[in-house]
Design a protein around this ligand. Structure first.
Ligand code: SAM
Ligand code: SF4
Length: 333
């Protein structure tokens, strides 16, 4: 079904939602301390995950409502079997113009040629430290070299790399400037993300020190030649140029939420819950309706109603549900 103005996904604040972030698994081969506890995690049973067929169907339905950009995330996407075949299938769906990926890069070096074949132009690679020991302390796994291999391969294949680094008090502040230096001679964008208390343990800082303003001040103090670029609507990062550098630097105010006004995102969790905001509690479970035999038209109606009720911003969404404690891996990063 081709999209019509009637079934386009628009919320009551006038925002068109054309970007879907699909978390394909809640499992991961790392244990980043800001994302999940080291032990005792209850991962979802296979039958409670959306199947590949269900994911393709939901993407076909949302594409008919104007979703033209999809990001595959998780958990770590490549711990799920046959992920590459699934992604090829997504890349062939009518209406999907942009397919992106967020990965920790530990299992993806050999897959890069396939990513190129499926037309992926940009990959978000999570890398919080260029120091092997600190990488291990943060991720609790000794897989730094694998990530660097993926980074090199992505550059070799001319795929745009955006490095995502979570800024953590007492953990990786000394890595911020070395990470920025990666942008000097390579077309890499490095984006520093405020740490959100989505770690599955409820742990929060007493004082939230490294907010976007503190990150920017720290960078400016160390990089006087850094200049702000205009904010792009629907983007999450405030971007900066550094004179003489090929790549850019970004700061993502994920916790202080300064970018919600132009949000165009929907999220689907590995269990099939539709979230219209990172901070909401989920609107309905897509899997339950698909498995109960809902038609495409019925699904479209559900999506439309869900989207209409999208919160104005992450604060409104959080106020409705209460504090968020779950892990990023079950929300879908
Ligand atoms: N495993 C993949 C990866 O690490 O890139 C994809 C999923 S991960 C949940 C997606 C993104 O969420 C990563 O860039 C990660 O750094 C970020 N993330 C996870 N927990 C976070 C937190 N508590 N605060 C801020 N960002 C977080
Ligand atoms: Fe795994 Fe990504 Fe979470 Fe790290 S951030 S534990 S790599 S899902």
């Amino acid at each position: 079904m081709s999209k019509t103005n009637q079934n386009i996904l628009k919320d009551r604040h006038g925002r068109m939602l054309n970007y879907l972030r699909l978390a394909v698994t809640d499992r991961c081969n790392l244990r980043c301390f800001y994302c999940m506890p080291e032990e005792g995690i209850q991962f979802t049973d296979r039958e409670n995950l959306l199947s590949y067929e269900e994911m393709l169907r939901l993407l076909r339905i949302t594409a008919s409502m104007g979703v033209n950009k999809v990001r595959i995330t998780g958990g770590e996407p490549f711990v799920r079997k046959n992920m590459v075949d699934f992604m090829h299938n997504v890349s062939r769906l009518e209406g999907i113009d942009t397919l992106n990926l967020t990965t920790n890069g530990t299992m993806s070096a050999d897959i890069v040629p396939e990513l190129k074949k499926m037309g992926i132009k940009s990959v978000n690679l999570s890398l919080d430290s260029l120091d092997r020991d600190r990488f291990f302390e943060i991720t609790r796994r000794d897989l730094f070299d694998k990530v660097m291999q993926t980074l090199d391969k992505l550059l070799e294949y001319n795929i745009q790399v955006k490095i995502n680094a979570v800024v953590m008090d007492g953990r990786n502040i000394e890595d911020l400037i070395p990470l920025v230096q990666l942008t000097k001679n390579q077309p890499i964008n490095v984006r520093f993300i405020e740490e959100m208390p989505f770690n599955g343990t409820g742990r929060q800082y007493e004082e939230f020190k490294w907010n976007h303003k503190a990150i920017e001040q720290y960078l400016r103090d160390n990089l006087p030649e850094m200049t702000a670029l205009p904010f792009i609507p629907t983007a999450t990062a405030n971007e900066f140029n550094i004179k003489g550098h090929q790549g850019k630097v970004g700061i993502i105010a994920a916790y202080t939420r300064s970018f919600c006004g132009t949000c165009n995102r929907l999220r689907v969790t590995p269990q099939g819950t539709l979230k219209t905001c990172l901070y909401d509690n989920g609107v309905f479970n897509i899997k339950d309706f698909l498995r109960a035999g809902a038609t495409d038209d019925e699904m479209r109606k559900l999506f439309q109603e869900a989207v209409a009720g999208k919160a104005k911003d992450g604060f409104e969404a959080e106020a409705k549900r209460g504090k968020v404690f779950e892990s990023m891996t079950s929300i879908g990063g």
